[in-house]
Design a protein around this ligand. Structure first.
Ligand code: ACO
Length: 310
């Protein structure tokens, strides 16, 4: 006779999705709440670096596209908070954990956006990295997370194309515009590689998450896919990637690349990146400024409920 834990693993092995009402080990639930809430926070904090450029976009068309993109990120965040709520975590708790600095969010959003070309580099590299990771998550074992990812991936593909289009325009522009394009690629390349997380040998959660099919590819596997993809795409831009050690490995049929600065990665993850403080302050302020909206919505809902009872 299989016990519940074995039955659960058998369902995972048979590719049967786990749904909110199904039995699941506590550690599976906790891992999902951790990952999905971190993912949601990343989408929400991720609006800030690009939001800063909405008023400075170079044309009405670019402004409309950027505005739509940032709105999409808000939608992704809300989708993901809802997915985490199905596991029994309250949204209030998740948001408190973000604001108190307890919860993590992606390291990438703690870097500054100092030129318009950064909008291109974020779309191409950051959203490109996010897609590789999230395509795998469309097949993750927890049903609500997997389903949320399908729509999110479609929107992320649009985000990546719009980023590449910004860079391509700059790459075909004046010498100053070309230099802006290269500078943005130089600054965003290494932080983008860090998005995939620590090396597999240092990844504390990977083994168990792979067994539960929450993750389907390891951090290093996805990072390798990303490097191989970008090496091809950067040629279309006529730009270069800032890594003298990047080269084709005939034996592996993949690229090798230089060492990531892991001290920088952990410093950013632990709250000491260039913009960590600014990002959290912005989120806390937005939350406080929105208090009257939440109060008004709650008062309105209470009135409606009272009317229905009459
Ligand atoms: N930034 C901040 N923290 C990170 C990062 C990163 N780039 N990479 C790893 N970490 C953290 C992990 O959260 C974990 O910390 P915790 O145990 O305290 O939660 C620790 O470093 C060790 O890493 P892993 O054991 O490898 O963690 P995990 O198995 O969760 O893998 C990964 C990390 C790949 C990011 C995974 O959580 C994931 O796939 N998340 C969903 C996708 C996502 O969040 N994307 C965010 C950016 S995309 C976007 O918003 C546009």
């Amino acid at each position: 006779m299989e016990n519940v834990e074995q039955k659960f693993q058998s369902a995972i092995d048979a590719e049967i999705k786990i749904e909110p009402r199904n039995w699941m080990p506590d550690a599976y639930r906790k891992t999902l709440i951790r990952q999905i809430s971190q993912h949601a926070h990343s989408e929400i904090v991720g609006m800030l670096p690009e939001g800063a450029w909405i008023t400075r976009a170079p044309s009405l068309k670019r402004k409309a596209i950027l505005l739509a993109k940032v709105q999409d990120e808000a939608g992704h965040g809300l989708y993901l908070y809802s997915a985490a709520e199905t596991l029994g975590e309250s949204r209030e708790q998740m948001i408190n954990d973000l604001h108190s600095g307890k919860a993590k969010y992606s390291s990438i959003f703690n870097y500054p956006t100092i030129s318009w070309a950064d909008m291109g580099a974020i779309g191409w590299l950051v959203d490109g990295a996010a897609i590789l990771n999230q395509v795998m998550l469309c097949r993750t074992s927890y049903g609500p997370y997997a389903r949320a990812m399908v729509r999110i991936c479609k929107e992320e593909s649009f985000h990546q194309r719009q980023g590449f289009d910004i860079l391509l325009t700059l790459a075909n522009g004046t010498p100053e515009q070309k230099a802006m394009c290269q500078d943005a690629i130089n600054r965003w390349w290494w932080p983008s590689l860090m998005m995939f997380g620590p090396k597999d040998s240092e990844s504390t959660n990977s083994d168990q998450s792979m067994k539960w099919k929450i993750k389907r590819k390891s951090n290093d596997e996805l990072r390798q896919n990303f490097v191989d993809m970008c090496v091809q795409q950067v040629k279309v831009l006529g730009m270069t990637l800032p890594d003298p050690d990047l080269k084709w490995n005939e034996g592996k049929q993949q690229h090798d690349w230089g060492e990531i600065d892991w001290d920088e990665f952990w410093a950013v993850v632990k709250g000491n990146g260039p913009c960590n403080k600014e990002r959290l302050d912005a989120r806390r302020n937005a939350w406080n400024k929105g208090a009257w909206v939440r109060e008004a919505a709650a008062a309105h809902a209470a009135k409606q409920a009272a009317k229905q009872k009459q």
